[in-house]
Design a binder for this molecule. Structure first.
Ligand SMILES: [Zn+2]
Ligand SMILES: [Zn+2]
Length: 130
């Protein structure tokens, strides 16, 4: 199963998507065993997971770099975003509250470039749905 993540290192999969991809293989496995394997790979730090606002959990190859997710409300596309400065800021917010920062998860919802039909540099409107 890890092969799937290595073949598509920038992809994000839900357990269901992994299951559907694997069911095309010569030796298909059950959805329960997909969940089991995903949690084992996750515990071994080989893949990382993130929860999206709508209770979807996605898995992806652990590339050792913390990142954030931009999720398109319309087509469901998931993009990665990196901002080490933002992480430092979150650690500072935590420290200000005498809170030891360990990790955080940020998901930004909006519309992707293709759905919005605007050039990437144009500021996006967030929050409004529909
Ligand atoms: Zn989109
Ligand atoms: Zn990601």
């Amino acid at each position: 199963m890890l092969r799937l993540f290595h073949e598509l290192p920038n992809e994000h999969f839900t357990a269901d998507q992994v299951y559907r991809k694997l069911s095309r293989e010569p030796e298909p496995c059950s959805l329960a065993s997909v969940y089991r394997a995903l949690s084992q790979l996750h515990e071994a730090d080989l893949i990382s997971s993130a929860t999206l606002g709508d209770a979807r959990i996605i898995y992806e190859l652990n590339r050792g770099q913390r990142h954030y997710h931009l999720v398109c409300n319309r087509c469901g596309r998931i993009q990665d975003a990196y901002d080490p400065g933002l992480e430092q800021q979150q650690a500072k917010i935590a420290a200000d509250q005498h809170f030891h920062y360990v990790t955080s998860s940020l998901v930004i919802f909006g519309r992707c470039e293709a759905c919005e039909g605007l050039p990437a540099a144009t500021p996006k409107r967030f929050g409004a749905s529909g």
